[in-house]
Write a protein that binds this ligand. Structure first.
Ligand code: C2E
Ligand code: MG
Ligand code: MG
Ligand code: MG
Length: 290
């Protein structure tokens, strides 16, 4: 367990740190190879209209099936891809894949008219000088109308360099692309900036939704976020809706859109068209009851 350098008292190495570093390095190599070997894929989670439960679009979420056949969560590898800079290539792959998939569906299936795809951006992508050009080129190459794409950024990403973020978001908005603030309430953002950025909607973080029934303060926060968003002319999406009771509370809070296991888990593109057709045709008992 570690050895000290006698001269300055700082540990020269620690076997645990060392093996952790080795793991990181090997994962970095794996990530690089994964991109070359097409080991990444996207799953899509429906976003529904809270009132009618009809599908309004979906969020693209990345997965990695490594060479051992294990599916690895983005929470494990996105931070590493971000650190190493590989996120720029990976993020471009995600954008292209999501846009071309939706464009293909739109060609073959009228149920996809008006549906949007949300793509998560990382901090490095937002600060990339070429982001707008990349997005614009991908929209052209895939023939996807810009208004079908929405980019998700977090408050923390925006506040790292708010003036630069504002310029980038304005360029993206000028292309016709929508912008959402993801995980709203978990970072910090200035209300001054919030009303200044060209944002279309807020996604309330699932930690507030998860706790809403037991923790009245969280329900108050959800209601306040809905009121704030509406006052600023934004729409609101609730993340992580798992239970019917939460759905009813969100409906009462006036939350526009919802996303969560209650409606659907993220699904593979192979089954999404069938899911869309089921979700479009099913009636919501709440809206029938009036
Ligand atoms: P996020 O953007 O906030 O995505 C929502 C996460 O909540 C997803 O986790 C989704 O599977 C999960 N989720 C959805 N509904 C429920 C629910 O009802 N209950 C619970 N417990 N969870 C639910 P996932 O797919 O593991 O993604 C985690 C995070 O990784 C994302 O959070 C996002 O920050 C990041 N991520 C995913 N895909 C990408 C990508 O393509 N690029 C970038 N930069 N980040 C990504
Ligand atoms: Mg997201
Ligand atoms: Mg989120
Ligand atoms: Mg999140």
């Amino acid at each position: 367990h570690g050895r000290s350098n006698g001269t300055d008292g700082v540990a020269v190495y620690d076997s645990q740190i060392f093996s952790k570093a080795l793991k990181l390095i090997s994962m970095e190599l794996d990530l690089h190879n994964a991109l070359i070997n097409n080991e990444f894929f996207l799953v899509y989670q429906p976003v529904v209209d809270t009132k009618t439960r009809s599908i309004t679009g979906f969020e693209a979420l990345i997965r990695w099936k490594n060479s051992q056949g294990n599916i690895i969560s983005p929470t494990k590898f996105i931070p590493l891809a971000e650190e190493t800079g590989l996120i720029l290539q990976l993020g471009e792959w995600v954008l292209f894949e999501a846009c071309s998939t939706l464009a293909e569906w739109r060609k073959n299936n009228s149920l996809f008219n008006g549906l949007k795809v949300n793509v998560n951006l990382s901090a490095r992508q937002l600060s990339d000088l070429e982001l707008t050009d990349t997005v614009s080129r991908i929209l052209e190459e895939t023939n996807l109308p810009p208004e079908c794409l929405r980019l998700e950024v977090t408050e923390t990403m925006l506040m790292e360099n708010p003036d630069y973020a504002d310029i980038t978001l304005r360029r993206l908005k000028a292309l016709g692309v929508g912008i959402c603030i993801d995980d709203f309430g978990t970072g910090y953002s200035s209300l001054m900036y919030l009303q200044q950025f060209p944002i279309g909607n807020l996604k309330i973080d699932r930690s507030f939704v998860a706790d809403m029934e037991k923790n009245p303060a969280n329900y108050e926060i959800v209601k306040a976020v809905v009121a704030l968003a509406h006052a600023l002319g934004l729409t609101v999406v609730a993340e992580g809706v798992e239970e019917e009771e939460q759905h009813i509370m969100l409906l009462e809070a006036g939350c526009d859109f919802s996303q969560g296991y209650l409606f659907s888990r993220p699904v593979s593109p192979q089954i999404l068209p069938d899911l869309v057709s089921t979700m479009q045709h099913s009636q919501n008992p709440l809206s029938q009851a009036g």
